[in-house]
Design a protein around this ligand. Structure first.
Ligand SMILES: Cc1cc2nc3c(=O)[nH]c(=O)nc-3n(C[C@H](O)[C@H](O)[C@H](O)COP(=O)(O)O)c2cc1C
Length: 192
């Protein structure tokens, strides 16, 4: 099979990682692949922030935990209650102890931002897979991007003040078996 198509068909979300770090040259290739994604009007208005420093990874985990623990309990749905329980567990890591975390930020008021960011992270995940590196989109930081604690973190990470987080993913060498993909649903493809 064409290796590009094979790479597309065999990528799976990976949520369990070895401690081994992704070498810098591979990380740079992954980020480069992201930067070549299609983007509205060719503006490249995004920014990719890759974190490998364990202290900075811990800071991201701490901020996610802090935001979850500040959620008002009234009106919390089941998923939120589960997240709060996890946040109370000091052993739970919201980045699944992945050695590398990539944040895709983009202009807060741009109609193109979500699509640009998703395509960029998608490219990075596919590039990673082609290098034997697993990844998973983790939506926690994008979901809480408007929280003041997250803004403070983004500022520390030199993410522009007019940016918010649209996409973020954990990356690393897979640990354990990777489940085969779910069968594709009937009727999702139609050719006229
Ligand atoms: C927009 C988006 C948000 C996602 N958020 C999460 C998440 O917060 N946590 C998680 O474990 N997986 C998350 N995923 C991964 C999906 O669950 C996964 O892609 C899907 O189940 C299909 O599995 P596959 O990637 O192995 O094909 C997200 C994926 C996308 C595209």
């Amino acid at each position: 099979m064409n290796p590009v198509i094979e790479n597309l068909l065999t990528r799976r979300s990976v949520r369990s990682f070895q401690k081994k770090q992704i070498p810098l040259e591979d990380l740079e290739l992954i980020l480069k692949a992201g930067s070549y994604a299609p983007n509205g009007m060719g503006l490249q208005a995004w920014k990719f922030t890759a974190i490998q420093n364990p202290q900075v990874l811990k800071k991201v985990d701490d901020v996610i935990r802090q935001v979850i623990l500040s959620t008002p309990l009234e009106n919390a749905d089941e998923r939120t209650l589960r997240m709060i329980e996890r946040a109370k567990d000091p052993n739970h890591n919201f980045l699944n102890n992945a050695p590398t975390y990539i944040i895709v930020s983009h202009l807060k008021d741009s109609l193109l931002a979500m699509a640009d960011s998703a395509l960029a992270l998608g490219n990075m995940m596919l590039a990673a897979h082609s290098l034997g590196i697993g990844s998973c989109w983790f939506n926690s930081l994008p979901r809480m991007t408007h929280h003041p604690c997250v803004r403070q973190l983004l500022t520390e990470l030199e993410i522009p003040e007019d940016h918010i987080v649209y996409a973020a993913g954990v990356f690393g060498y897979p640990e354990g078996d990777i489940k085969p993909s779910a069968p594709r649903k009937e009727g999702i493809i139609k050719i006229f």
